[in-house]
Design a binder for this molecule. Sequence first.
Ligand code: MLT
Length: 261
Amino acid sequence: MPFSRYKKAKIYFTEIGKGSTVILLHGFLETSLMWKDFLPSLSQKHRVLCIDLPGHGQSECFGYTHSMDDMAGCVLAVLKTLRIRKAKLIGHSMGGYVALAFADLYPDYTKGICLFFSTSRADSVQKKKNRSRAISVVKENHTSFIRVAIPLLFRSKFRKLKKEAIKSVKEEALKTSKQGVIAALEGMKRRPSREILLKFPPYPIHIVSGKKDPIIPVSTMEKQMNRSENVSGIILNKPGHMGHIEAPEECLRELMWFIKK
Ligand code: MLT
Protein backbone atom coordinates (compact mmCIF):
# COMPACT_ATOMS: atom_id res chain seq x y z
CA MET A 1 0.00 0.00 0.00
CA PRO A 2 1.41 3.48 -0.83
CA PHE A 3 1.85 5.10 2.57
CA SER A 4 4.22 7.69 3.96
CA ARG A 5 4.56 8.65 7.65
CA TYR A 6 4.15 11.94 9.49
CA LYS A 7 4.45 12.03 13.30
CA LYS A 8 4.07 8.25 13.16
CA ALA A 9 0.68 8.49 11.41
CA LYS A 10 0.20 6.74 8.08
CA ILE A 11 -0.39 9.12 5.19
CA TYR A 12 -1.97 7.53 2.15
CA PHE A 13 -1.32 8.63 -1.41
CA THR A 14 -1.82 7.45 -4.96
CA GLU A 15 0.42 8.04 -7.94
CA ILE A 16 -0.30 7.97 -11.68
CA GLY A 17 1.45 9.17 -14.86
CA LYS A 18 4.91 10.39 -15.78
CA GLY A 19 6.40 13.89 -16.09
CA SER A 20 6.73 16.84 -13.76
CA THR A 21 4.84 16.35 -10.50
CA VAL A 22 1.40 17.72 -9.69
CA ILE A 23 -0.07 17.19 -6.22
CA LEU A 24 -3.82 17.17 -5.71
CA LEU A 25 -5.13 18.02 -2.24
CA HIS A 26 -8.78 17.46 -1.34
CA GLY A 27 -10.93 19.62 0.92
CA PHE A 28 -12.51 19.15 4.34
CA LEU A 29 -14.47 15.85 4.62
CA GLU A 30 -13.27 14.79 1.18
CA THR A 31 -10.63 12.27 0.12
CA SER A 32 -8.28 11.77 -2.82
CA LEU A 33 -11.25 10.13 -4.59
CA MET A 34 -12.67 13.58 -5.35
CA TRP A 35 -10.17 13.86 -8.22
CA LYS A 36 -10.96 10.53 -9.90
CA ASP A 37 -12.73 11.95 -12.99
CA PHE A 38 -9.90 14.43 -13.62
CA LEU A 39 -7.04 11.96 -13.29
CA PRO A 40 -7.03 10.53 -16.85
CA SER A 41 -6.58 14.03 -18.34
CA LEU A 42 -4.25 15.45 -15.68
CA SER A 43 -1.94 12.44 -15.79
CA GLN A 44 -1.50 12.37 -19.58
CA LYS A 45 1.77 14.31 -19.36
CA HIS A 46 2.33 14.64 -15.62
CA ARG A 47 3.08 12.54 -12.58
CA VAL A 48 0.02 13.12 -10.42
CA LEU A 49 -0.04 12.42 -6.69
CA CYS A 50 -3.28 12.45 -4.72
CA ILE A 51 -2.82 12.60 -0.97
CA ASP A 52 -5.38 11.81 1.73
CA LEU A 53 -4.83 14.58 4.28
CA PRO A 54 -4.54 13.38 7.92
CA GLY A 55 -7.78 12.13 9.47
CA HIS A 56 -9.36 11.83 6.02
CA GLY A 57 -9.73 8.81 3.73
CA GLN A 58 -7.07 6.23 4.50
CA SER A 59 -4.72 8.58 6.39
CA GLU A 60 -4.50 8.40 10.16
CA CYS A 61 -4.88 11.15 12.78
CA PHE A 62 -1.96 12.33 14.93
CA GLY A 63 -3.39 15.00 17.22
CA TYR A 64 -6.29 17.03 18.54
CA THR A 65 -5.44 19.73 15.98
CA HIS A 66 -4.22 19.09 12.46
CA SER A 67 -2.80 22.49 11.61
CA MET A 68 -2.41 23.49 7.98
CA ASP A 69 1.37 23.53 8.63
CA ASP A 70 1.23 19.94 9.88
CA MET A 71 -0.82 18.94 6.86
CA ALA A 72 1.82 20.60 4.67
CA GLY A 73 4.37 18.50 6.58
CA CYS A 74 2.45 15.40 5.46
CA VAL A 75 2.75 16.55 1.84
CA LEU A 76 6.50 17.02 2.30
CA ALA A 77 6.75 13.54 3.85
CA VAL A 78 5.17 12.05 0.71
CA LEU A 79 7.55 14.01 -1.53
CA LYS A 80 10.51 12.80 0.51
CA THR A 81 9.27 9.19 0.33
CA LEU A 82 9.18 9.50 -3.47
CA ARG A 83 12.34 11.65 -3.66
CA ILE A 84 10.58 14.43 -5.53
CA ARG A 85 12.23 17.87 -5.40
CA LYS A 86 9.57 20.18 -6.80
CA ALA A 87 5.86 20.09 -7.52
CA LYS A 88 2.83 22.12 -8.50
CA LEU A 89 0.04 21.91 -5.96
CA ILE A 90 -3.69 22.11 -6.59
CA GLY A 91 -5.83 22.35 -3.47
CA HIS A 92 -9.58 22.28 -3.15
CA SER A 93 -10.70 24.60 -0.34
CA MET A 94 -8.96 23.24 2.80
CA GLY A 95 -6.49 21.61 0.39
CA GLY A 96 -5.74 25.14 -0.87
CA TYR A 97 -4.97 26.29 2.68
CA VAL A 98 -2.54 23.37 2.89
CA ALA A 99 -0.99 24.23 -0.49
CA LEU A 100 -0.37 27.80 0.74
CA ALA A 101 1.15 26.54 3.99
CA PHE A 102 3.39 24.24 1.96
CA ALA A 103 4.52 27.07 -0.32
CA ASP A 104 5.19 29.28 2.70
CA LEU A 105 7.20 26.65 4.59
CA TYR A 106 8.87 24.87 1.69
CA PRO A 107 9.28 27.40 -1.16
CA ASP A 108 12.13 25.41 -2.68
CA TYR A 109 9.79 22.51 -3.28
CA THR A 110 7.05 24.68 -4.80
CA LYS A 111 6.59 25.13 -8.54
CA GLY A 112 3.14 26.67 -8.49
CA ILE A 113 -0.16 26.73 -6.62
CA CYS A 114 -3.73 26.53 -7.78
CA LEU A 115 -6.32 27.65 -5.24
CA PHE A 116 -9.36 25.69 -6.32
CA PHE A 117 -12.37 27.23 -4.53
CA SER A 118 -10.04 28.31 -1.75
CA THR A 119 -8.72 31.50 -0.18
CA SER A 120 -5.46 32.90 1.16
CA ARG A 121 -7.25 34.72 3.99
CA ALA A 122 -7.64 33.54 7.56
CA ASP A 123 -11.08 32.89 9.07
CA SER A 124 -13.04 35.99 10.04
CA VAL A 125 -13.98 36.42 13.72
CA GLN A 126 -17.49 35.19 12.88
CA LYS A 127 -16.18 32.17 11.00
CA LYS A 128 -13.95 31.22 13.94
CA LYS A 129 -17.03 31.34 16.19
CA ASN A 130 -18.92 29.14 13.72
CA ARG A 131 -16.04 26.65 13.75
CA SER A 132 -16.09 26.49 17.58
CA ARG A 133 -19.84 25.89 17.46
CA ALA A 134 -19.35 23.22 14.79
CA ILE A 135 -16.72 21.50 16.98
CA SER A 136 -19.23 21.30 19.86
CA VAL A 137 -21.83 19.78 17.52
CA VAL A 138 -19.28 17.28 16.19
CA LYS A 139 -18.37 16.23 19.74
CA GLU A 140 -22.06 15.38 20.32
CA ASN A 141 -22.75 13.65 17.02
CA HIS A 142 -20.29 13.86 14.17
CA THR A 143 -22.34 11.91 11.64
CA SER A 144 -25.33 14.24 11.86
CA PHE A 145 -22.91 17.18 11.45
CA ILE A 146 -21.58 15.58 8.24
CA ARG A 147 -25.08 14.84 6.90
CA VAL A 148 -26.05 18.50 7.31
CA ALA A 149 -22.70 19.99 6.20
CA ILE A 150 -22.24 18.23 2.84
CA PRO A 151 -25.29 19.55 0.91
CA LEU A 152 -24.44 23.07 2.10
CA LEU A 153 -21.22 22.95 0.06
CA PHE A 154 -23.29 22.93 -3.13
CA ARG A 155 -25.06 25.78 -4.82
CA SER A 156 -28.77 25.48 -3.93
CA LYS A 157 -29.89 24.71 -7.51
CA PHE A 158 -27.50 21.76 -7.65
CA ARG A 159 -28.78 20.22 -4.40
CA LYS A 160 -31.67 18.70 -6.41
CA LEU A 161 -29.94 18.30 -9.78
CA LYS A 162 -26.89 16.48 -8.37
CA LYS A 163 -28.66 14.31 -5.78
CA GLU A 164 -26.73 11.14 -6.61
CA ALA A 165 -23.35 12.86 -6.61
CA ILE A 166 -24.13 14.54 -3.28
CA LYS A 167 -25.13 11.15 -1.86
CA SER A 168 -21.77 9.65 -2.75
CA VAL A 169 -19.83 12.67 -1.42
CA LYS A 170 -21.78 12.25 1.83
CA GLU A 171 -21.10 8.51 1.99
CA GLU A 172 -17.38 9.14 1.57
CA ALA A 173 -17.45 11.96 4.15
CA LEU A 174 -19.22 9.74 6.69
CA LYS A 175 -16.08 7.59 6.81
CA THR A 176 -14.19 10.51 8.44
CA SER A 177 -13.64 9.82 12.14
CA LYS A 178 -14.79 12.23 14.84
CA GLN A 179 -11.16 13.04 15.64
CA GLY A 180 -10.43 13.70 11.96
CA VAL A 181 -13.34 16.15 11.68
CA ILE A 182 -12.46 18.03 14.88
CA ALA A 183 -8.73 18.17 14.12
CA ALA A 184 -9.37 19.68 10.68
CA LEU A 185 -11.89 22.23 12.02
CA GLU A 186 -9.39 23.28 14.71
CA GLY A 187 -6.61 23.49 12.12
CA MET A 188 -8.67 25.64 9.75
CA LYS A 189 -9.84 27.89 12.60
CA ARG A 190 -6.29 28.60 13.71
CA ARG A 191 -4.72 29.04 10.29
CA PRO A 192 -2.98 32.37 9.63
CA SER A 193 -3.64 34.63 6.66
CA ARG A 194 -1.29 33.83 3.78
CA GLU A 195 -2.37 36.71 1.58
CA ILE A 196 1.21 37.99 1.54
CA LEU A 197 2.17 35.04 -0.67
CA LEU A 198 0.05 36.55 -3.46
CA LYS A 199 2.19 39.69 -3.57
CA PHE A 200 5.25 38.71 -5.57
CA PRO A 201 5.27 34.94 -5.80
CA PRO A 202 8.30 33.45 -7.54
CA TYR A 203 5.99 30.80 -9.05
CA PRO A 204 2.58 30.95 -10.76
CA ILE A 205 -0.54 31.09 -8.60
CA HIS A 206 -3.88 30.46 -10.28
CA ILE A 207 -7.16 31.05 -8.48
CA VAL A 208 -10.35 29.30 -9.58
CA SER A 209 -13.51 30.54 -7.85
CA GLY A 210 -17.24 30.00 -8.11
CA LYS A 211 -19.54 32.99 -8.42
CA LYS A 212 -22.07 31.24 -6.17
CA ASP A 213 -19.65 29.70 -3.68
CA PRO A 214 -21.56 29.53 -0.37
CA ILE A 215 -18.38 28.91 1.67
CA ILE A 216 -15.86 31.35 0.17
CA PRO A 217 -17.57 34.58 -0.92
CA VAL A 218 -16.60 35.63 -4.42
CA SER A 219 -16.29 39.27 -3.27
CA THR A 220 -13.27 38.33 -1.13
CA MET A 221 -11.73 36.35 -3.99
CA GLU A 222 -11.92 39.16 -6.56
CA LYS A 223 -9.60 41.15 -4.30
CA GLN A 224 -7.04 38.35 -4.24
CA MET A 225 -6.80 37.90 -8.01
CA ASN A 226 -4.41 39.47 -10.52
CA ARG A 227 -2.35 41.14 -7.79
CA SER A 228 0.91 40.60 -9.60
CA GLU A 229 2.21 39.20 -12.83
CA ASN A 230 2.37 35.68 -11.48
CA VAL A 231 -1.15 35.62 -10.03
CA SER A 232 -4.04 34.80 -12.34
CA GLY A 233 -7.64 34.12 -11.52
CA ILE A 234 -11.02 33.24 -12.92
CA ILE A 235 -14.52 33.38 -11.50
CA LEU A 236 -16.69 30.67 -12.97
CA ASN A 237 -20.37 31.58 -13.25
CA LYS A 238 -21.87 28.14 -12.75
CA PRO A 239 -20.41 26.47 -9.67
CA GLY A 240 -20.79 26.91 -5.94
CA HIS A 241 -18.04 25.40 -3.80
CA MET A 242 -17.94 21.98 -5.48
CA GLY A 243 -16.81 22.95 -8.96
CA HIS A 244 -15.45 19.50 -9.82
CA ILE A 245 -19.07 18.24 -9.60
CA GLU A 246 -21.03 21.38 -10.49
CA ALA A 247 -18.96 22.50 -13.51
CA PRO A 248 -16.47 19.70 -14.26
CA GLU A 249 -15.57 20.70 -17.84
CA GLU A 250 -14.79 24.32 -16.95
CA CYS A 251 -12.80 23.25 -13.90
CA LEU A 252 -10.78 20.65 -15.76
CA ARG A 253 -9.97 23.23 -18.44
CA GLU A 254 -8.58 25.57 -15.76
CA LEU A 255 -6.54 22.86 -14.07
CA MET A 256 -5.10 21.69 -17.41
CA TRP A 257 -4.13 25.28 -18.23
CA PHE A 258 -2.43 25.66 -14.85
CA ILE A 259 -0.41 22.46 -15.04
CA LYS A 260 0.77 23.24 -18.59
CA LYS A 261 1.77 26.82 -17.67
C1 MLT B 1 -13.64 22.80 2.57
O1 MLT B 1 -14.45 22.55 1.66
O2 MLT B 1 -12.50 22.33 2.58
C2 MLT B 1 -14.09 23.66 3.73
O3 MLT B 1 -15.45 23.91 3.64
C3 MLT B 1 -13.31 24.92 3.82
C4 MLT B 1 -13.69 25.79 4.97
O4 MLT B 1 -14.57 25.44 5.75
O5 MLT B 1 -13.07 26.86 5.13
